[in-house]
Design a protein around this ligand. Structure first.
Ligand SMILES: [Zn+2]
Length: 434
């Protein structure tokens, strides 16, 4: 196994020779066994030194989407014999085309340990009982995330989604104190508590630790304050991943809300300018698209894979929690970026404004009904359960956006419950003209 014991806590200079060795083995393996990369590299040998990786072309999700129907079910980036595949996950994605993810027993083991590091940094440990409320149906967030939770030594209750009343009873009866779910799920629980348990308040459930993943909303300070005030819960972004690479390789800790990269020993990260593709250093303050390369993967190894996630590096020093990986925030998706009068806007920026209004539920959609360019960003928001619009709400939201973001938006306030509550990723930018 090419994973180091507690590799995320080791000084980077101690890991660098391990990383170089891992790349030599992995690049040989990929060049020999992945038809996908043989084609992409035109039969050229990959560079020996990891630091020369930029000689290779990028690969991206669109390439993988073409590869799977052409070489079903796993695509010709499957580099291991089919009988090595021990787990198959299937994702629906946002484009409608299901993708098949293959993992060998070793891929599973490494995935679970890396995810366990992230959940541990987020505060999960032996003695805590956590209920896992993500969809178990084929999706990685179900079974595989469950197994990452177990790696922390915590007691894990496999709940899945739906049956919210059963969940509430289970939490109360088994003294569960931590929940693993999407950031939009507490709102679902709040609604059921208000309807079915009128004498109870959310904080009466006794949940102290919220381990969130799947959506970027958790970065917002107002959203976090809400969880503290209403639930008495410490919210943690415990689960950042890219399903084609690792389901979870970064989380925040109790000292710092930035995501900590916990996979240096098995994953190589690069930062690039999303337009030019030029490399940028992983240095504090730098923003760009995250590009990832597996250093140890059997089934579907990826090299210089463009994640589409735009991140900002916050810190490269060792954190007080002991983690030595760089710390970062996800600003948005390169395909979610909307340019408004030359200003790069991401949904998370709108979220920061919307969640500052107590009258609103915090949910929103950016509704684009014409192709670019845009002078104004049309944003739909909805009222909170007890939110009231005094007639000035839309104007106040627009003014706050102008002041905080420098952007002109047009706000439409909708009744509470207009947006569907989702258990997976929520699409915030709706391009109805496509
Ligand atoms: Zn930390």
């Amino acid at each position: 196994m090419s994973l180091l014991q507690d590799g995320h806590l080791m000084p980077l200079d101690e890991i660098s020779s391990h990383r170089q060795d891992a790349w030599e083995k992995q690049s040989d393996y990929v060049a020999r066994n992945s038809e996908f990369y043989q084609r992409l590299w035109n039969g050229r040998r990959p560079p020996r030194r990891l630091e020369d990786l930029a000689e290779l072309p990028f690969s991206d999700k669109a390439d993988l989407r073409l590869s799977q129907p052409a070489s079903p079910p796993f695509g010709d980036y499957l580099a291991a014999p089919a009988d090595r595949v021990s787990r198959l996950h299937r994702t629906s994605g946002t484009t409608g085309q299901a993708m098949n993810l293959a993992m060998s027993a070793r891929d599973c083991e490494i995935t679970e340990i890396v995810g366990g590091r992230a959940q541990s940094l987020a505060g999960l440990k032996p003695g805590i009982t956590v209920v896992h409320c993500l969809n178990y149906q084929m999706w990685m967030g179900g079974l595989t995330d469950h197994l990452t939770l177990e790696r922390t030594g915590a007691t894990v209750v496999p709940f899945g989604v739906g049956s919210t009343e059963l969940l509430i009873d289970t939490i109360l009866e088994t003294k569960i104190t931590a929940i693993s779910c999407t950031p939009s799920y507490p709102a679902v629980l709040e609604r059921v508590i208000a309807e079915k348990y009128p004498s109870m308040k959310p904080r009466d459930l006794g949940l102290k630790l919220g381990l969130f993943g799947g959506e970027p909303g958790i970065d917002d300070p107002a959203f976090r304050r809400r969880l503290g005030d209403i639930w008495g819960m410490q919210p943690r972004n415990a689960n950042y991943g890219v399903s084609d690479v690792f389901c979870n390789f970064a989380s925040e800790c109790r000292h710092d809300t930035a995501l900590h990269f916990v996979a240096h020993d098995v994953l190589h990260a690069e930062l690039i300018d999303p337009d030019s593709g030029d490399g940028k250093g992983l240095d504090p303050g730098n923003e760009g698209e995250l590009v990832l390369t597996h250093l140890s993967r059997e089934c579907q190894p990826l090299v210089r894979f463009r994640t589409g996630d735009i991140i900002r590096v916050e810190n490269t020093d060792k954190c007080a929690c002991g983690c030595t990986g760089f710390r970062f925030r996800v600003i948005g998706r390169s395909d979610d970026m909307v340019v408004v009068r030359g200003l790069n806007m991401f949904p998370t920026m709108v979220a920061a404004v919307v969640t500052g209004f107590d009258e609103l539920s915090g949910d929103y959609r950016i509704m684009l009904d014409t192709p670019p360019p845009y002078d104004v960003l049309p944003v739909h928001v909805e009222l909170a359960v007890e939110g009231r619009d005094d007639g000035t709400l839309a104007r106040r939201i627009e003014e706050t956006c102008k002041k905080k973001l420098g952007a002109t938006i047009r706000a439409t306030v909708l009744p509470h419950g207009t947006f569907p509550r989702t258990e997976g990723k929520t699409k915030r930018v709706i391009r109805s003209y496509e």
